[in-house]
Ligand binder design. Sequence first.
Ligand SMILES: *Cc1c(COP(=O)(O)O)cnc(C)c1O
Length: 432
Amino acid sequence: MTVDPQLLNAAAVDYVNDILQMEGVALQDIANAVGTPTYAYSAASLRSQYQLLYSALGALPHRLHYAVKANSTLAVLKLFADLGAGFDIVSGGELSRVLAIGGDPAHVVFSGVGKTVAEIDFALKTGIECFNVESASELARISQRAELLGKVAPIALRINPNVDPKTHPYISTGLKENKFGILQEAALPLYQQAAADPNLNVRGVACHIGSQIHDPEPLFDALEQLLALVDELSGHGISLTDIDLGGGFGVTYEAEPAFDIEAWGEQISKTLCDRGLHLSIEPGRFLTANAGVLLTRVEYLKPAVLESGSDETVDSKNFAVVDAAMNDLLRPSLYQSWHGILPATTKTHGDPLCWDIVGPICESGDWLAKDRMLSIQEGDLLAILSAGAYGSTLSSNYNTRNRAAEVLVSGDAYKVVRRRETLQDQLSTEIS
Ligand SMILES: *Cc1c(COP(=O)(O)O)cnc(C)c1O
């Protein structure tokens, strides 16, 4: 079977003597030992993506705040913390994860439109770096809670710069019609209010315009707007020290052009070099998406029905029913997103056919890939590529399915970093 080389370029896997490997480990060995479905992540790939992004910003004072929601598995967080990453969180639960791996709360920024009192109190007591505030009401609430707890809350306003990131509408966040951030026009009075508030320490300005962005222009536009605001505030005696440009750097799933990180970094460095601002970025997908695969086994083949005496199919398709489903990897169902599929071995049987790869869940939306040329048999192992971001974190127990195991591959070894969930785990929270 021939394999599209473009798929192998993007993903952290490769064939060695016909066997699909991640670093030095055959994926079939992981599946045989741990079962399926299982997520596997390459530590080398996670590290190299981090380093690529970090070094693109050169000598500019900067920190990467890894967006925990992309992949919140503790071993992944620990790997990034060891590289010097801070964290961008969107819930108290994510803060608990950062603390669980010994992450430094002084490098945690807290985004999200719906921070609860309990979450704000937790973050204030923990001593996080900054609240990225998304509304006037949230600002008032943070001030109240800080006063009550005898703390001073570090804040930035998340500005909605109203630029189009030219991405999928579900993952665009920086347009007026999106629920995120504060419109630029409303920012000045809020900053003035915050600067006069003894419970608040005004540190910076933040934005995050969307996800899976390939054209850097909207990111530059957003930066220009933020800098204009920084200047306007400075004219009013409010001087900011921090600027947070959010995440959203796009990755290659199918044939999308790679985001040119180096050119982006040069442009950002040029724009910010003499501004005296500390820069944060909040990458999620870029660091983890292509470092991960989801391993799944073919349970049943349901070939299209042939009209008797003819080669024509009767309006039906070839379905391969696998043991992973939309509860394990929701992206295809939620965003119609495309993931590469590779067989664990190219020593395969017969001519390729066009298959839809579907899960066992009772929903027609439960599909993982459509119209793929593959030669597969029941029992074969498949790797669903680019599954390291918004994969395990979007998983659920729908159909009372246990969540998948996860392994971290490093060199010739791998470690189970999340055991497969059990039915006992699931039932333990309930009574009848
Ligand atoms: C989701 C999110 C990110 C990360 O987005 P990616 O597209 O995964 O890089 C960064 N910042 C905020 C505020 C987010 O909500």
